[in-house]
Each structure stands twice: as structure tokens, then as C-alpha cells.
Design a protein around this ligand. Structure first.
Ligand code: ADP
Ligand code: MG
Length: 283
């Protein structure tokens, strides 16, 4: 696939490239007689190298959307394109390739393998991708160094703090130099300061590693690194905002009580819920 080629594309052209495209994606979960309409028609383009935050309350469909974009589950209707290839058309081998090479996954609960050291956790996907032990070790140590954990390479997850475990998970997600990192509520199990460090680190990976970051959060304090914020409400896109637009609001209230920021941003997020259609709320 196009993976190797993307590195050689000039930055200005890369900006124009759509790396993820969803078209009218719906997802209905059927549990006996009950149907849950988790996604109700999501159409979204994400460009190579963007940092996107998907923002929405619990139950709004963020994880479901991630599972579609990450090719971990199939839409009920609609299409997901990665590099303009319809994921539904891929065979089992191509899907495995996509999940191993093209996308890095980060979860709220870190999901490290408990019996393995930090380094072994990071090198495991490289082994799947066919690197030799020596190559994987060198690259794994380099990634642990980038996330500030080189000295802890031999520690098991239970010997690391939550923030450190999430750093290892970030290094693991970067193992095979993915084009996309999907991070589903990566700060959800961390305190505010540690969460902000993790967001900062993802921002660095985005800028230096040229990786597209798509992250979900329900915490407005985690939006600082985003290029765009996609607000999801009840399975629909409520609004897409540029970071610049949000800056004004954060900037003007910084220093005030936290509640002021919350109220202001929540107001922005709620705008799409009014009768106004999504179109005039769009980019
Ligand atoms: P979020 O990540 O924003 O909290 P989810 O995508 O997890 O939201 O869930 C969206 C909706 O779909 C919720 O109503 C949730 O209960 C429902 N849902 C999620 N996964 C399943 C599932 N596997 N089976 C049935 N319902 C589900
Ligand atoms: Mg979720």
C-alpha cells in the first residue's frame, strides 16, 4: 500500500492528502430485540499529519467511531477509507497488515502485556512486522528514549506509574512507524497533570514523527494540541472547530476559575445541538 511512499511526499502536498475518510457511517448494535444506534451517519475527512480530537460525552459514539476507523469493527452502513482504500474491500491479510503497520492503537487502560518488560512490549509489534531481534531492540530503545523512559526499559508494567505505562503504550503504538495513531481516551485513567504530559507527548509525536493523531476525549482540558476538534453528540457530528477558534476562548478565560472555561467550551460544543443544521456549523 501507499505507506512507504508517504514519507517522500512534500509537506505541502501531504497536507492535502486525506488519510482517513468516513462516508455516512452508521453503526447499529443489536442486542436481542433492542437496537442501539451508536453512529447515525458520520462523514469526516482527516488529513495526513493532522491532530484531531474527537470530543463528546460518554456514550456519544467515540469508541464506536474509533473501532470503525481502526478497522476493528465494521459499519452497519457507509464506508471507511484509509488512504482512499475502502477498508471493507480488504482481505484478512491486508487487514492484518493495516492493523500492524498503518495504525497504532492507544487505550485508556494502557493494555500493556503484564509479563513483558517495557522494551518487550514496544518491540512485540516489530517482531510481528518481521524485524530481527537486534533491529527491534535498537528501535525499541530509541522509542523508549523519545518517551522519556530509556532507563526503565526493563521494568514490567506493574513497576511503572500510570503515566509511564501510557508512555510505553505510545512507544508501542509508534513501533512500526504508523501513519495514524488512534488514542481512545488516553488520559482517562490519569490525573490532570499526567494527562497533559501525555497529550504534549502525542503532540510531539505528531509534529516530529509526522504521524496523524486521532484521539477521543470527554475532557476539554485535553484539547490543547489539537488542530481540529470534532464534537460528537448522540452518534452525529455536532460541530467541527479549528484550534484557532478555540484558542480565543481559552486564552480569554485562562486564569479564571476552571468553571468559566468549561462553561464556555461546553457552550461551543452544544451549538450543534440546536436546530441549526450541521452544514452551517461545519468547518
Ligand atoms: P463513547 O466511547 O463516546 O462513550 P461508545 O461508542 O462506547 O461511546 O457507545 C455509543 C453507544 O453504543 C452507547 O449507547 C453504548 O451503550 C452503545 N454500545 C457501544 N458498544 C456496544 C456494544 N458492543 N453492544 C451494544 N451497545 C454498544
Ligand atoms: Mg469510549
Amino acid at each position: 500500500m501507499a505507506d512507504a511512499a508517504t514519507a517522500e511526499i512534500p509537506a505541502d502536498e501531504a497536507e492535502e492528502m486525506t488519510v482517513v475518510r468516513t462516508k455516512d457511517v452508521t453503526k447499529v448494535y443489536r442486542m436481542g430485540k433492542v437496537e442501539v444506534h451508536a453512529l447515525k451517519g458520520i462523514t469526516l475527512d482527516i488529513r495526513l499529519g493532522e491532530y484531531i480530537s474527537i470530543m463528546g460525552p460518554s456514550g456519544s459514539g467515540k469508541t464506536t467511531l474509533f473501532n470503525m476507523i481502526g478497522a476493528l469493527d465494521k459499519p452497519t452502513e457507509g464506508q471507511v477509507y484509509i488512504d482512499e482504500v475502502d477498508v471493507a474491500q480488504l482481505d484478512a491479510y491486508e487487514l492484518a497488515w493495516l492493523r500492524c503497520r498503518k495504525i497504532g492503537y492507544i487505550f485508556q487502560t494502557f493494555n500493556l502485556i503484564p509479563v513483558m518488560s517495557a522494551l518487550e512490549n514496544v518491540t512485540l509489534p516489530m517482531t510481528f512486522a518481521g524485524l530481527t531481534t537486534d533491529e527491534a531492540r535498537d528501535k525499541g530503545m530509541d522509542l523508549l528514549d523519545q518517551v522519556g523512559l530509556a532507563e526503565r526499559y526493563d521494568h514490567k508494567p506493574y513497576e511503572l506509574s500510570g503515566g509511564q505505562q501510557q508512555r510505553v503504550a505510545i512507544a508501542r503504538a509508534m513501533a512500526n512507524s504508523p501513519a495514524i495513531i488512534l488514542a481512545d481516551e488516553p488520559t482517562g485513567n490519569l490525573d490532570l497533570a499526567t494527562g497533559k504530559e501525555i497529550i504534549q507527548l502525542l503532540g510531539e509525536m505528531n509534529r516530529n514523527g509526522n504521524v496523524t493523531i486521532i484521539t477521543a476525549t470527554h475532557d476539554i482540558k485535553m484539547l490543547s494540541a489539537s488542530d481540529r476538534i470534532v464534537w460528537v453528540r448522540d452518534g452525529r457530528l455536532a460541530k467541527i472547530e479549528l484550534r484557532e477558534d478555540l484558542d480565543i476562548q481559552i486564552g480569554s478565560i485562562e486564569g479564571d476559575a476552571e468553571g468559566g472555561i468549561e462553561a464556555s467550551l461546553r457552550g461551543a460544543g452544544d451549538a450543534g445541538e440546536s436546530d441549526k443544521s450541521d452544514e452551517d456549523e461545519g468547518e
